[in-house]
Design a protein around this ligand. Structure first.
Ligand SMILES: [Ca+2]
Ligand SMILES: [Ca+2]
Ligand SMILES: [Ca+2]
Ligand SMILES: [Ca+2]
Length: 300
């Protein structure tokens, strides 16, 4: 059983990791879950928990959901055409469009904050590197050229920078570079694995996962790499943090379920709680103007 972490434990709160007494978190998340015939699909779920809606319904692997900045579309990766490719669909699962046609891996899409381009990982030139493509599939640009693996791109909210993970220094480190690939800078500089960067909505902080204290846990640091704070403490790996649009919450997975907590690590609760189904890879839906929200239902 997961122990309540950090601030919550310090306050003397105990037990109740399911969090029924906590106020529900706002909005929705895209997650990856076992769908039909136990093949991973992308689902939409309320941040408050409850039933998830299958958006992909395809027998091939579908994963890596990445929201468009207006919350109306989702980029994702799938092997439905024989190898990993990048696709885009509407937030209700309709209108699937394929963006890549390479015979090698194309994966881990990340939508630019201005909506015009998608960063992704490809092995088309021999090893993992980060590329950009227009949302229509044209104008592919390679951003990294090292022979090491560059993966997990994440745009800063102002669009000026891309955080990513590389093993060019011998272990997983979180780097940040300008959005044209220039000025790469190591933010973590730690011998342990540091992975899956996620910018806070105001751009001031980056959440990530690291095994620097044992198994993988969720951490947060300032955008310049300073002031690293550990947010979770459990006996299972915690991974893939994602911020709520208002910056007040962080969701993550433990490999089997989706958890939500306050961005200081308090009010931890399991929102999937599905012991016989694997749920992972949460991505919080961007805030949408209520007057123009015609896709899906918003939680209150
Ligand atoms: Ca599938
Ligand atoms: Ca491919
Ligand atoms: Ca590379
Ligand atoms: Ca490291």
């Amino acid at each position: 059983m997961r122990a309540a972490a950090g601030a919550l434990a310090a306050l003397g709160a105990c037990g109740d990791p399911e969090g029924a007494r906590f106020p529900p978190a706002p909005g929705q998340l895209a997650i990856v879950s076992e769908g039909d015939a136990a093949q991973p699909d992308i689902f939409l779920i309320s941040a408050a928990g409850g039933n998830a809606t299958n958006l992909t319904r395809h027998l091939a692997f579908d994963g890596g959901p990445a929201w468009s900045p207006d919350g109306r579309r989702i980029a994702f990766e799938s092997v439905r055409d024989g190898n990993d490719e990048i696709y885009v669909m509407n937030a209700d699962g309709s209108g699937v469009v394929r963006l890549t046609t390479d015979t090698v891996l194309d994966a881990q899409p990340a939508w630019a904050p201005d909506g015009s381009r998608i960063a992704f990982v490809s092995r088309r030139e021999g090893n993992h590197d980060i590329y950009l493509v227009d949302t229509g599939g044209a104008n592919v640009v390679r951003l990294t050229t090292e022979v090491s693996a560059e993966v997990q791109p994440a745009w800063s909210p102002d669009g000026g920078k891309i955080a990513f993970v590389t093993d060019r220094d011998g272990n997983g480190e979180i780097y940040v570079m300008d959005a044209d690939g220039s000025n790469p800078l190591n933010l973590t500089r730690h011998a342990a694995g540091d992975l899956t960067p996620a910018w806070s909505p105001d751009g001031s902080r980056i959440a990530f996962m690291s095994d620097r204290d044992g198994d993988f846990a969720i951490y947060v640091m300032n955008q310049d790499g300073s002031n690293v704070v550990r947010l979770t403490d459990s006996d299972v790996p915690d991974e893939l943090p994602t911020w709520s649009p208002d910056g007040r919450y962080i969701a993550f997975d433990d490999g089997n379920d989706i958890w939500v907590m306050r961005s200081d690590g308090s009010e931890l609760r399991n929102i999937t709680n599905t012991p016989f189904r694997i749920d992972n890879t949460p991505r919080w839906r961007p805030a949408m103007p209520a007057a123009t929200d015609r896709i899906g239902s918003r939680s209150r």
